[in-house]
Design a protein around this ligand. Structure first.
Ligand SMILES: Nc1ncnc2c1ncn2[C@@H]1O[C@H](COP(=O)(O)OP(=O)(O)OP(=O)(O)O)[C@@H](O)[C@H]1O
Length: 225
């Protein structure tokens, strides 16, 4: 298994009303290509914080994140943004789609490839997530599950080897959940590393590896391998 994303000794604390809260303590994690990794744990255990650190959206206080074996600590903001755009697709818990733009425009916006090819690629991705007929619709005209699928298409626009998703099935009915989990499996089968934060046991059941966060410590619960 080739490791695409690693956390080494990652720690994060917040200061809340004068109280220090240690959210993550010395987290070690290696995320492999071709696998679905689930991050589980009770509410407030730090899953989103860890996902944001893995996605280079939040800097850890201690330790480091490696993408393709390269240490990300100390990279300038621009270089970090380049790695984020090209190597990591992130699906946010609240989708974070721009309401004034169509689904298609939302998918194209982060595209960094050859000029003129973004729209075609975005169309194909919308087709892949079953929404080609909704390309011109604004996020407000789509259901939660549809917005989630647009957010996944956007996360794939630059063909990233790593896909991170925060509670991707949080607002979905069973049928939409099944479609989305099928898509994540396809992404892993293509060789990508997929990391899902979830409370949902259906989601963790399809994962190849399950890690649980408990009191800031990450424990591996199970591995299909
Ligand atoms: N920006 C922040 N400032 C201060 N404290 C924060 C911040 N972000 C997270 N926290 C604290 O860190 C802890 C972990 O939050 P996090 O959102 O990572 O947990 P979670 O496991 O994803 O929870 P949930 O399952 O409820 O989404 C919480 O106690 C929260 O109050």
């Amino acid at each position: 298994m080739s490791v695409l994303l690693q956390a080494e000794g990652v720690g994060k604390s917040y200061s809340l009303r004068g109280e220090r809260v240690d959210v993550l303590n010395d987290v070690e994690l290696a995320v492999g290509a071709g696998q679905i990794t689930a991050l589980v744990g009770h509410s407030g255990s730090g899953k989103t914080t860890l996902l944001h650190i893995l996605g280079l959206l939040t800097e850890p206080d201690r330790g480091r994140v490696l993408v393709d074996g390269t240490d990300m600590s100390g990279l300038a903001d621009g270089a970090l943004a380049d790695v984020r755009r090209s190597r990591i697709g992130f699906v946010f818990q609240s989708y974070n789609l721009l309401p004034q733009h169509s689904a298609l425009r939302n998918v194209v916006l982060p595209y960094v490839g050859r000029r003129g090819q973004g729209e075609d690629r975005a169309q194909r991705l919308l087709q892949r997530v079953g929404l080609s007929a909704r390309a011109r619709h604004a996020p407000g005209e789509l259901s939660g599950g549809e917005q989630q699928r647009v957010a996944l298409a956007r996360a794939l626009i630059n063909d990233p080897p790593v896909v991170l998703a925060d509670e991707p099935t949080g607002n979905l009915d069973e049928a939409s959940e099944k479609v989305l989990l099928g898509l994540f499996r396809e992404l892993a089968d293509e060789g990508r590393a997929v990391v899902l934060v979830t409370h949902n046991t259906t989601v963790s059941a399809i994962a190849d590896v399950v890690h649980r966060l408990d009191s800031g410590v990450l424990v591996t619960e199970g591995s299909a391998a």
